[in-house]
Design a protein around this ligand. Structure first.
Ligand code: ADP
Length: 336
């Protein structure tokens, strides 16, 4: 740091480079050798006659600010871990519900096979036995797929940002979304533009956001919405050339004004078993990505509320090469 500071001092005295108005950040060292971050502001010292007679610099110790930032980051991480566990807990109960069916089927095929095996089987019975063994294998595979979808989701923990096609994010959560949808009798529709845009994100975090929003949407339709109208739409759009929006649109009761005001406040919930962390975390995650998350009630032609749309944006993959955006997009190989 010393050569850096000496260099800057020499530049100031030579008058060749003007100091930045917003200051610059560097590291200083205490006498005991510990380093600490500082912000330095420099300005010319001008006398009454307008002559510059020297330089003045002010130094701000940033240690306390950094400590607060670090604490808030850690707190954020803890909250995210808590919400993740809550989702996993919910998933566990869905899982047991979903696994019951193949397990019950396996048990009854096995019982049937044992009955057939009591006597030496006729050729016809042998055919039935083969069929039963096949069904058992199919059901076991189905159960395995259900478990794998949850396992894949929970295991992926890396924090890195990557560029990937928007539909891959949706595909990753779809098995879990479908689990919940089936339980509530809801249908899921996905509407993607062609070519499918690519986004830059930490996929695990964004998948968690999608999962929370779809879960909320499905839950919102569970009580008041007739079965035929329980449809959840996930819509992706390219907005301007720099952003991609993801909307989760339900046909539930919408969000009343008093709830809307507190929707994104941590621990605000109207559900008995709710934690109220979902939306506040979703917004934090999206804002950490530089995007935004908001909602809007959906109205019919007569102005009646017919559902809610939760919408977030992520940065689109930066376009390189040709300046013309539509041509740039055409030449973009949208396969991953
Ligand atoms: P939780 O799901 O644990 O209640 P959230 O932060 O996800 O926590 O949601 C907070 C509240 O926002 C919910 O309790 C509900 O009242 C309201 N809400 C969220 N999503 C919807 C939706 N799609 N439609 C209507 N209300 C919603």
């Amino acid at each position: 740091m010393v050569p850096e500071n000496l260099g800057r001092q020499a530049e100031r005295l030579a008058g060749t480079v003007q100091p930045p108005r917003e200051g610059f950040e560097t590291l200083f060292m205490h006498r005991d050798g510990t380093r600490f971050p500082v912000m330095i502001y420099e300005a010319p010292l001008v006398d009454g006659a307008g002559r510059q007679t020297g330089w003045m610099s002010a130094m701000l110790d940033l240690s306390a600010q950094r400590r607060v930032e670090e604490m808030s980051r850690q707190q954020q991480e803890r909250l995210q871990a808590t919400a993740r566990l809550a989702t996993v807990g919910e998933m566990a109960s869905l899982l047991s519900h979903e696994l019951n069916q193949p397990l019950a089927a396996i048990a009854s095929y096995a019982a049937g096979s044992l009955n057939l095996m009591a006597e030496p089987p006729t050729p016809e019975q042998q055919g039935l036995l083969r069929q039963a063994a096949q069904r058992i294998a199919e059901q076991a595979e189905r159960a395995g797929r259900v478990i794998k979808s949850v396992h894949d989701f929970v295991r992926r923990r890396e924090q890195a940002h990557e560029t990937l096609r928007a539909d891959l994010l949706i595909d990753a959560v779809m098995p879990l979304v479908r689990l919940q949808a089936r339980k509530s009798g809801a249908r899921i529709e996905v509407d993607l533009p062609r070519p499918v845009p690519r986004v830059v994100c930490d996929r695990t975090m964004v998948e968690q956001v999608l999962l929370n929003l779809t879960r909320n949407g499905i839950q919102a339709m569970e009580t008041g919405t007739p079965l035929a109208q329980r449809e959840l739409l996930i819509r992706v759009r390219h907005v301007q050339s720099r952003w991609v929006s993801f909307s989760v649109i339900d046909h539930g009761p919408g969000v009343p004004a008093d709830v809307a005001a507190r929707l994104f406040t941590p621990f605000f919930t109207t559900r008995e078993e709710g934690m109220g962390l979902g939306l506040s975390l979703c917004r934090t995650v999206i804002e950490q990505h530089g995007g935004g998350l908001d909602f809007e009630n959906v109205h019919d032609a007569d102005g009646r509320i017919i559902g809610a749309e939760f919408r977030f944006t992520l940065a689109a993959e930066p376009q390189h090469g040709p300046a013309h955006p539509s041509r740039a997009r055409q030449t973009d190989p949208s396969a991953r």
